[in-house]
Design a protein around this ligand. Sequence first.
Ligand code: G3P
Ligand code: MG
Length: 261
Amino acid sequence: MWFYPKIIAHRGGGTLAPENTLAALRCGMSHGFHAVEFDVMLSADDVPVLMHDPHFGRTVRGEGQVAQTSAADLIRLDAGSWFDAGFGGEPVPTYEQAVYFCRSNGIWMNVEIKPAPGNEAKTGWIVGEITRRLFASEIAAAAQGGTPRHAAGLPLFSSFSLEALAEAARAAPEIPRGLLLDSLNAVAPGWHEQAKALEAVAIHTNHRKLSRGQAAAVKQAGYGLFCYTVNDPARARELLGWGVDAFCTDRIDLIGPDFAA
Ligand code: G3P
Ligand code: MG
């Protein structure tokens, strides 16, 4: 089952804004999106920030490692001008800033936990703890039975790191999880066993490696099915026709929030 939005802006604003920034979130919103995916990584002093690559060079200039740089230094970096001079000076947001922005604007979040190599367990644990604190009121509302958990406005965690996801589950069992796999064939002992072990609610996977039969099997097993990153409207329609519940897109200009098969 999938209780979340169907079309999700990848990395905040897809290819229309510098990824994983507040400017990207604003851009997604300006295109009508109230659902985003973004990537979260730890700084050297264990502060989660929005970042995809573990090293500098692509979205922030220079040389360096995110995991060896303090949050105070990371948030001073320019994460915008690589994309366009008009975004020059756009900072690296902390995870807490992004959550604050999204909650203030009614934006649902797929939080992809993206540990730097070696930081898998720690990243999952810390992101879990912080999220549990930030969403304490929603968690309490869901626990009291007034609001079903899926309707409580909680984010959905996902991660390619099973270790990170397991630690996030330990730190914040109330926050739902999606098992993120490049291919459903590429996990031992199998996606279904891993999803059960993690008590995942959904499978997130690369649409290029998904077969129609696999999509049917995931749905048959009762999981939500989310694909990344779908940028072609015809392919998007095909996937929805296979029973795919949701996908993220970089082309928020071509595939809007109300896109339907
Ligand atoms: O969470 C879906 C997608 O973002 C996974 O790949 O590399 O874009 O983070 P990546
Ligand atoms: Mg991602």
